[in-house]
Design a protein around this ligand. Structure first.
Ligand SMILES: [Zn+2]
Length: 255
């Protein structure tokens, strides 16, 4: 039985840990070493690191961890990520023997061009591509690239646990309310999120099926969202335009 844990880092990052009963753990996006080392002091035993993209809040702790632990570190092909032992990309599979796990690597350009995601063990480690009730900003990719990436992630099994890089769900939820005012399942999700956050608990992982029901960025085909974009004077004739309009609206959105 594996256990999944979100280790808080910085203000709103999560370092994901997927571990067995003995504490053997795969770590995802350790932007800081400190939270991992604290977990190590409590019995965690890192056996592999997965990196999704080059931003420092996702890779900043890797050097210190690799100096201390002689373990594989998988990363996208991108020279801005200096420390890694294996470079992986679309179609690669990563075997973690000790946990009897296999991860499929998916190229998901959009937030950055070399961004990748890892799917395995019932989890999707998607960095800053898909968030609960939102998606990442387009720092390097085009809206079309991001939409194609999100389409691929959205097609994974509905039970998949979406393990994203940040605790952004409540602010994303305020935009989701504006973009799609009538959505009962989303309202239920927002109530759940408010309760979790009031207890100081992470709002993630979420189930992928729930994101398909609630996340406006996975719902650009919904007539209500298209109509609302149109009423705001935003071109939304096809899904690519609708996605681009939704993403740029969110960029300037003040909740
Ligand atoms: Zn990022």
């Amino acid at each position: 039985m594996l256990s999944l844990q979100a280790l808080p880092a910085f203000d709103d990052n999560y370092i994901w840990s997927l571990s067995d009963d003995n504490g053997k753990a795969v770590l995802v996006d350790p932007g800081q070493a400190g939270p991992v080392l604290k977990a190590v002091a409590d019995g965690l035993n890192p056996i592999a690191i997965l990196l999704t993209h080059h931003h420092n809040d996702h890779v900043g702790g890797v050097g210190e961890l690799l100096d201390r632990f002689d373990i594989p570190c998988y990363a996208p092909v991108d020279e801005r990520i200096r420390r890694a032992t294996h470079r992986v990309g679309e179609g690669d599979r990563i075997r973690v023997e000790a946990l009897d796990l296999e991860f499929a690597v998916l190229a998901v350009p959009g937030h950055t061009l070399s961004h990748i995601a890892y799917h395995g063990g019932g989890c999707l480690f998607c960095g800053d591509t898909l968030f609960s009730l939102g998606c990442g900003r387009l720092f390097e990719g085009t809206p079309g690239q991001m939409l194609a990436s999100l389409d691929r992630l959205a097609a994974l099994p509905g039970e998949t646990l979406v393990c994203c890089g940040h605790e952004y769900t409540q602010s994303n939820g305020r935009f989701a309310l504006a973009a799609e005012p009538a959505n009962e399942l989303r309202d239920l999700r927002l109530a759940e999120v408010a309760s979790l956050r009031a207890q100081g608990l992470p709002s993630v992982p979420s189930k992928l099926a729930n994101e398909r029901d609630c996340n406006p960025f996975l719902r650009v085909d919904q007539p209500a969202i298209r109509r609302l974009l149109g009423s705001r004077g935003l071109a939304a004739d096809d899904r690519a335009q609708a996605f681009a309009a939704l993403r740029s609206w969110k960029d300037g959105f003040v909740a």
